[in-house]
Design a protein. Sequence first.
Length: 301
Amino acid sequence: MFMNNNENLFNDFIVKSLVIFVFMSLILIVVVDLHINNFITNEIWMQSGNINPHIKQITIEITVIVILGLILLYVSLMKIVYSSSKTLSFQNKELIKQRNEIESAYAKLNNSYKNTIIALSNSIDAKDPYTAGHSSRVANISLKIGRQLELNEEKLNTLYTAALLHDIGKIGIPDEILKKKGKLNDYEYTKIKEHSAIGADMLKDVTLLHDIIPIILYHHERVDGTGYPYGINSNKIPLEALIIAVADSYDAMTSNRPYRKALPRDTALNEILKFKGTQYDCMVVDAFISCITENDYKMIS
């Protein structure tokens, strides 16, 4: 619609310009013709002394006609410019309105997306009362590490979402294994280790979550290649997965579990430092330690 309005204004200007040009040309032709006829009729060409006044008069009349034509063109052009300005102003208001509507719709969609992720995260923790709040705490710790590592906003959002859903695969693990109070046997431990692959498989058809699938799949891999499910080394593990590995371990150690009570925070920190460079990425551990403050956790001695 906007393009058609502008095109119509331009075409209108072209037509008016042509009409003015033809009109002024006809006037010039008539005026010059009258002067020439008068010039010849009165045999002025025989009297060289009277030629200059007629030439001067013709020049003045041609100048006046040209100036009049330019004024008409200018007025026509100003009218087109004015009309175009009104059209552009209207277009600008419409575009601002559309932008606001799009931003509002995006905000609602983004809020709905976040609420869905949080609901999924809560459904994971709800399966086991001992892990209530675990996903949320891991996400917050991961976010702090990510900021310490100066990840951009997009990567931080991806990291946070992946951390909230890192244990989603545990939905597919039997309750008798998840809630077992004693030590897991080999079979049960093998089943527990399947949760990262189960989680990645659960999300494979969710287009919006494609970026977090490798993070969920590899968050239990170790930098020395002895983790699961594939035993890959740090070169192939996404940074976000390495971050979640540290945050996950720390929160797991400092939370009550069916098979043991929560460890002191200093003990948990020392455990992470102990396995720095083997289980955990050195850069991530350093960032984790750096972002700890007195207001968040007890400092390591």
